[in-house]
Ligand binder design. Structure first.
Ligand code: GN1
Ligand code: MG
Length: 366
């Protein structure tokens, strides 16, 4: 176990440390809340970057710095007064960078904890509408970022790549688990062509990549006490992708009537009220820059992300749980089943999603 106090002392932190405790429910990095003594100094978030997954830490932090700097300038130009709560503020380490390496080779970073902000694992329609607007705004604010961003995880949301990893895992069958998941393998294969549509459209030059967040889980948004979105957090995966990434991954988590790893499949459904509220918010802030092909494929995006996550969880299960943090041996299988159930529910709502989008667009055109 790393000496957290020693690591913290390497950053330009104000005040004396009163406590350090694990924080949040992320599946990749280790996150801690650092509380300082007294009211005048801010609290902080400390994170150990998972450098097995984010192998190019320089690129990772340089992306994040470019993005937060750009958003900060936009907010300043717009005369925003609550800037410290609307964009993440990374603390400098002794080396002048926003990250540092400990003697064991781990990478760490710190940011100012945003006071009076909350994250949620589930949201109501009103909050979903705000989330839709916020993610549309986020994409729109970054549309004129001049520095090119690197892919912090190459091919992160590339469905063809995720399927090839799945096929490799299946062939190797490292944990001897392939036989018990035959049903899910068949269901995944049945849909594979349709689900790789985005990559085909991109190759044909019809679908652009834009800067996206790429991890728009509902718990990656900070809300204030009134339910307004303050900012979007967890910026590790901000990179060029299809807008489907942000739209689809929010719905995967926000419109699921149960948790991502719910064992009782009967509880898992796609909540159309959340879908409608989120879609309305997203279209209001993003319609101005979206192409018809992007809008037309929003229902596809709603299905793509439960599908992709199902493939990713099953791949990890087949590999013997080497990627996602698990709490019990079958966890990745439970997650796979839950994502597949959600996918089926999304598929049942395809026509209703399409007609809601059409109605919303025609109302907006008036
Ligand atoms: C991971 O870091 P966290 O827990 O917010 C994953 C996402 C998955 C998600 C599934 C870098 O997100 O892509 O959708 O788990 N992030 C990475 O819950 O793989
Ligand atoms: Mg997260």
């Amino acid at each position: 176990m790393a000496d957290l106090n020693k690591i913290i002392s390497g950053f330009d932190v104000k005040g004396s440390i009163a406590g350090v405790a694990p924080f949040g429910s992320g599946l990749i990095n280790d996150t801690y809340k650092v509380t300082t003594a007294g009211r005048e100094c801010p609290d902080y978030i400390l994170q150990r970057i998972n450098h097995n997954i984010f192998q190019d830490v320089d690129m990772l932090q340089s992306n994040i710095e470019a993005v937060t700097r750009h958003i900060r300038h936009k907010l300043e130009a717009a005369g925003e007064t609550d800037i410290e709560r609307k964009v993440l503020h990374f603390v400098k380490a002794g080396n002048g960078k926003t990250y540092s390496r400990d003697s064991e080779g781990n990478w760490w970073r710190m940011m100012v904890f945003i006071p009076g902000a909350h994250t949620y694992e589930t949201v109501n329609p009103e909050y979903s509408y705000c989330a839709g607007k916020a993610f549309g705004n986020f994409q729109s604010m970054l549309s004129d970022l001049e520095e090119p961003l690197g892919e912090t995880i190459p091919n992160f949301h590339n469905m063809e790549f995720r399927l090839s990893q799945f096929h490799d895992a299946l062939k190797a069958d490292a944990a001897g688990r392939a036989a018990e998941v035959r049903h899910y393998i068949t269901e995944i294969e049945k849909r594979s062509d349709e689900m790789c549509k985005a990559e085909r459209l991109h190759r044909e030059g019809r679908l652009p990549k834009r800067i996206c967040h790429c991890d728009t889980k509902v718990n990656n948004m900070m809300f204030d006490d009134k339910g307004e979105v303050l900012c979007v957090i967890d910026l590790d995966t901000v990179m060029p992708s299809y807008i489907f990434s942000d739209y689809g991954d929010f719905l995967r988590t926000g419109a699921n009537t149960a948790a991502e790893d719910e064992k009782d499949l009967g509880k898992i459904n796609f909540n159309m009220e959340i879908f409608e509220a989120f879609t309305k918010g997203y279209l209001e802030s993003a319609k101005a820059f979206l192409l018809p092909i992007e809008i037309e494929n929003l229902p596809y995006a709603a299905a793509l992300f439960p599908y992709m996550q199902c493939v990713r969880f099953l791949t990890d299960y087949l590999n013997g749980d080497t990627y996602y943090k698990i709490q019990y041996p079958e966890h990745n299988l439970v997650r796979t089943k839950a994502q597949f159930k959600l996918l089926q529910s999304v598929e049942e709502h395809n026509d209703r999603m399409r007609s809601f989008i059409d109605r919303t667009l025609s109302k907006m055109a008036k």
